[in-house]
Design a protein around this ligand. Structure first.
Ligand SMILES: Cc1cc2nc3c(=O)[nH]c(=O)nc-3n(C[C@H](O)[C@H](O)[C@H](O)COP(=O)(O)OP(=O)(O)OC[C@H]3O[C@@H](n4cnc5c(N)ncnc54)[C@H](O)[C@@H]3O)c2cc1C
Length: 401
């Protein structure tokens, strides 16, 4: 057993940390938070340094690496700043569906500009009446001689206001049973790519956290797109999404890991510096023990996340069936634990922790969405129970426990 990162992984982690510490300054973070601004200039710089598309093919400028390398970058970005770190990751993670199911031409067209930092991606699954339950969509696609016509409304699409393309889950066959007959299709923002109809985007205001991102309603009104925009096999849309989530949920868990680590570092520093009753507050056992416990909790979620990423990248035949179990495990356990950790850091800061200035209250708000998007905590636990019910007991005993 070897827990060490490779030299290349260590270099990536260190470079990501240095970049984020230099670029995600408290001033920029607060300005983006207060003005609800996505810092596209930092995103472009991150891309130029190779942090975006680490797991994408080399032919289109990617790094040909895996989920583990993405996890290291996301962890460091969110450790430096939750709002900016999450905004960076959320701008490129939806394009993973193109990496997984795109044709060579689609990868060249959509991923190459994304890896250069010129394009931002979005994924539109959720609809007003279909959130956790994605077994059928009310957004439809209808085949015409020269393209597909989309009609329907998506909500809560992250990056809606500035994404250059959207991965859309649409009902292709309206008579299909639940879970079937859906297709993933690419919609470009540029009207020059449309063959007719309209795309309307309405920002949804007043959200709790991740305020450096847009969250929008996306309305397709007789929007006609080219036939070559179909992403993957027709009718396999939901399965494409589930395969995407198996990878992306691990990276999303890394957001929570970084958020918790960053809050911990701030709290540790504060506890050493802050004097009350003529001594640093870390010397009060209530505060010192608290920090000790937080350290243990962080180590547990860190190695769990790395292990899930390792398992996902290795794709070993023997453990392939367990990947969704580990994906759902980190996607519920890491953000839930991170929430508790960040909450405790607010305690360490006392009254100061309640204000934006100290950043831990923002980390708490930013982190909260990780328990909701890409499948809620409850949905992850349902997935786990479904898998555990079927997993062979010998396999569990010999390999997993
Ligand atoms: C800031 C933000 C960004 C988002 N970004 C995106 C995005 O980019 N793209 C996108 O497509 N979507 C996005 N979403 C949507 C997000 O994925 C959904 O909100 C989430 O999946 C839950 O769906 P819902 O809100 O409809 O809640 P519901 O599905 O109505 O669930 C409500 C409650 O019931 C529980 N529940 C539902 N079904 C079950 C069940 N079977 N068993 C137990 N409990 C259950 C849920 O866990 C939850 O607690 C985003 C949401 C937010 C808030």
């Amino acid at each position: 057993m070897d827990f060490s990162l490779t030299k290349e992984q260590n270099d990536i982690k260190k470079a990501a940390a240095e970049f984020a510490r230099a670029e995600f300054t408290p001033e920029v973070a607060q300005e983006c938070e207060l003005n609800h601004r996505f810092p596209r200039e930092i995103y472009e710089k991150a891309a130029n340094l190779g942090f975006i598309g680490l797991d994408y093919p080399e032919e289109i400028g990617g790094g040909a690496m895996g989920v583990q390398e993405n996890v290291l970058v996301v962890e460091e970005f969110c450790k430096a700043d939750s709002g900016l770190g999450m905004a960076m990751h959320l701008a490129y993670v939806p394009s993973k569906v193109v990496k997984l199911f795109g044709t060579h031409e689609q990868k060249r067209k959509f991923l190459a500009p994304l890896v250069r930092g010129e394009w931002v991606s979005a994924i539109s699954l959720t609809e007003p009446d279909h959130g956790s339950d994605l077994t059928c969509m009310e957004t439809t696609m209808e085949e015409k001689e020269d393209g597909f016509v989309l009609n329907g409304t998506k909500i809560f699409t992250t990056n809606a206001a500035y994404a250059d393309f959207f991965v859309v889950l649409a009902q292709d066959d309206r008579n299909a049973p639940p879970g079937k007959g859906m297709t993933t299709i690419l919609v470009e923002r540029s009207p020059s790519s449309w063959l007719g109809g309209r795309l309307e985007i309405n920002e949804i205001p007043h959200k709790m956290g991740i305020r450096a991102t847009s969250s929008g309603e996306v309305v397709f009104d007789q929007l006609k797109v080219r036939k070559e925009n179909v992403l993957g096999e027709r009718g396999r849309g939901l399965l494409n999404v589930l395969d995407f989530l198996d990878e992306s949920r691990i990276e999303i868990a890394a957001q929570a890991l970084g958020n918790a680590e960053g809050a911990f570092l701030k709290a540790l520093n504060h506890a050493r510096q802050r004097n009350q009753f003529q001594k640093p507050i870390i010397d009060f056992q209530a505060i010192g023990h608290r920090l000790g416990r937080l350290w243990s909790q962080i180590q547990s979620i860190k190695w769990l996340t790395y292990y899930a990423a390792w398992l996902c990248d290795k794709k070993m035949e023997k453990t392939a069936g367990a990947i969704p179990l580990y994906t759902s495990m980190v996607k519920h356990h890491v953000p839930e634990t991170a929430k508790a950790i960040i909450d405790e850091t607010i305690t360490v800061f006392g009254g100061y922790g309640y204000f934006l200035e100290q950043e831990v209250e923002r980390r708490y708000r930013d982190n909260r969405i990780i328990e909701i998007y890409e499948g809620t905590v409850e949905v992850q636990l349902n997935n786990m129970v479904r898998i555990l019910k079927k997993l062979n007991m010998d396999f569990i005993r010999s390999t997993l426990l």
